[in-house]
Design a protein around this ligand. Structure first.
Ligand SMILES: Nc1ncnc2c1ncn2[C@@H]1O[C@H](COP(=O)(O)OS(=O)(=O)O)[C@@H](OP(=O)(O)O)[C@H]1O
Ligand SMILES: [Mg+2]
Ligand SMILES: [Mg+2]
Ligand SMILES: [Mg+2]
Length: 342
């Protein structure tokens, strides 16, 4: 089956990175820096990016990588750099059984260079990995949901997607039970989910909800009001006859939720038409939703275009839904935007 090894390496890489991210998530020391675009980044974002890029480039040395972060802040701050290197080294030491498959990092200088292998500009040709080492950094800092996300784009089309949501319950019906799920998909081979804590377990196939009655449907949206328009999303839900409150989740946990039937729709209406969604925010989750039987477009009904570089500059917003519901949802989105003359 195509991309079997890519799926395996992607799963192992993000699984190992979550050992580091969960350690920081549960620590007081986050080492948060506000980046130039006023968004936060923590020592966990950097550490996860180092571990995952090291794994991908060890297994597939010829591939390109688009990663959200770069090492400039760490090169400027030795204390932060040492904190990140300590986390990375501890994680490598704790997972020596994976070294043959995932490679190693010998020192902090090499760590910085590995982080910077993620500066590729993306594009329409070749094998390009899209990495979000921590998606939903605000959720991570708030003690809510976040996700570690890795997708492989080949000649502009996502072929492999893998993501870990460490704080989503394994059983949605038992929210207080075991937490941490790993989802993955290869185009044409379906999507699977397994507990993050059982590396060797086979994933079980997942699928979108079978609900087709909007009065019983639920929609997912982001937590941050600065990232999507809650008012327009609420208005669209009302116009569709949705009465359940929205499921608010940080990060690509929203893609994970609808792909296993917890919610039927994901709405992400832009708060500004100038913002360009990043490919790493959507590559993995969009494929998992499609392989779980869902449909994903932007607010104009266009397919997501991963050929444009580091952003989805040919798209605006996200409308993802169970197949039977997507046409009506998109119609309601267009009605709402027409009303608002966007
Ligand atoms: N203005 C604007 N519009 C849309 N999206 C934006 C915007 N600003 C940031 N971001 C990106 O949102 C990513 C977080 O994903 P979510 O919005 O789904 O989750 S959250 O509710 O914000 O936590 C977040 O990803 P991370 O930086 O990896 O956390 C950002 O890339
Ligand atoms: Mg970020
Ligand atoms: Mg992100
Ligand atoms: Mg991120």
């Amino acid at each position: 089956m195509p991309y079997t090894n890519e799926r395996r390496i992607a799963e192992l890489a993000i699984q190992r990175a979550c050992i580091l991210t969960e350690r920081v998530y549960n620590s007081q020391v986050k080492g948060t820096i506000m980046k130039g675009d006023k968004s936060p980044v923590t020592i966990a974002d950097f550490g996860a990016q180092a571990l995952i890029i090291s794994s991908v480039s060890h297994a597939f040395p010829e591939d390109s990588i688009v990663g959200e972060e770069d090492s400039s802040d760490l090169r400027a701050d030795k204390a932060k750099r040492d904190l990140v290197w300590g986390l990375v080294k501890d994680t490598l030491d704790a997972t020596k059984d994976l070294t043959s498959e995932l490679g190693d990092i010998k020192d902090s200088e090499e760590m910085l260079a590995v982080i910077d292998r993620g500066t590729h500009q993306g594009g329409a040709v070749g094998r390009i990995w899209a990495l979000d080492p921590i998606d939903g950094t605000k959720g991570f800092l708030r003690g809510d949901q976040y996700a570690v996300c890795l997708g492989l784009i080949v000649d502009g089309k996502v072929q492999v997607g893998a993501l870990v949501c460490p704080n989503l319950p394994v059983d949605p019906e038992a929210p207080e039970g075991e937490k941490g799920i790993l989802l993955s998909a290869v185009r044409g081979q379906g999507a699977t989910m397994r507990p993050w804590s059982t590396p060797s377990a086979q994933g079980t196939p997942i699928s979108m909800s079978s609900v087709t009655d909007f009065s019983k449907a639920r929609f997912c949206e982001g937590v941050e009001a600065g990232h999507s328009s809650h008012s327009e999303q609420a208005s669209i839900a009302k116009s569709l006859g949705i009465t359940a409150p929205s499921i608010q989740l940080d990060s690509q946990a929203k893609y994970a939720s609808i792909s296993r039937g917890v919610g039927e729709i994901y709405l992400r209406l832009p708060v500004s038409l100038s913002y360009e969604e990043k490919i790493w925010d959507h590559a993995a989750g969009s494929l998992i939703v499609e392989e779980a039987g869902g449909v994903i477009t932007d607010i104009y009904g266009k397919e997501l275009d991963f050929r444009q570089g580091r952003t989805l500059r040919a798209n605006k917003g996200i409308v993802a839904a169970q197949t039977a519901l997507h046409p009506a949802v998109l119609k309601a989105v267009k009605e709402e935007l027409k009303v608002l003359e966007l």
